[in-house]
Design a protein. Structure first.
Length: 223
């Protein structure tokens, strides 16, 4: 088989939940190319929404991530470094692929259904299987703000976390005063739980972290 040829097989699983329009696709590809070892099995997860998909990252996504993450408006209220370099994106993609294989974190790209480009990221991290909890985090390229994309991405990953991973509690940490993020969380059913004062030092300033959380019955009510 030449390097450019791809041998693939896949299984699509449709999960019916209270959010009837959410579909989960599990795709298993064995790829022979310069990007992967000929023996490496790459597992993809895709969650299909209305205007976006959430999916695991490919090596080719690094430039799209870099292009959208290098904006200073993105780094202001996230833990992304500034200036953001292409090397960081490439390293990040490799890290996400390793974490997904171990099922310790789910770092999923927000994919535009129109272009196929990764325009942001959303994640479930710090997954605690004993206590059935995880932290959600996200960012979206500046040019895609105020279109309902973040709300849809959040709904998709909450549905996946609660109905597939069987999480009971999902929480988020917001740097004060990131009001747009707070509004998105509240619209999805998250409730304010408290403030951690001077928790994060960024760009020569201290930020408080605001804690919001959602439990499984909150999601069922808002779905």
């Amino acid at each position: 088989m030449r390097e450019t040829e791809v041998a693939s097989w896949f299984a699509i699983i449709i999960v019916t939940t209270k959010c009837q329009w959410v579909r989960y696709h599990y795709k298993f590809n064995k790829i022979e190319s310069p990007s992967y070892s000929s023996e490496e099995i790459i597992v993809f997860l895709a969650i299909e929404g209305r205007i976006i998909n959430l999916r695991t990252l490919r090596n080719s996504d690094a430039y799209s991530i870099y292009k959208n993450a290098k904006d200073r408006k993105i780094s202001k209220y996230t833990h992304l470094p500034y200036p953001y370099r292409l090397k960081y994106a490439r390293d990040f993609v490799r890290l996400c692929q390793e974490l997904y294989k171990k099922k310790t974190d789910y770092e999923l790209g927000i994919e535009s259904k129109k272009t196929g480009e990764i325009i942001g990221m959303i994640s479930l991290i710090h997954i605690d299987n004993r206590h059935r909890s995880a932290e959600v985090g996200y960012w979206l390229g500046n040019q895609y703000w105020r279109r309902g994309i973040t709300k849809e991405a959040l709904t998709l990953i909450l549905d996946f976390g609660i109905n597939n991973l069987e999480l009971v509690r999902i929480y988020a940490k917001v740097l004060h005063p990131n009001l747009p993020s707070i509004r998105v969380l509240q619209s999805a059913g998250f409730r304010y739980e408290g403030r951690i004062r001077k928790s994060v030092f960024r760009e020569e300033s201290w930020f408080d972290e605001l804690i919001f959380a959602l439990v499984d019955e909150d999601f069922s009510e808002n779905c």
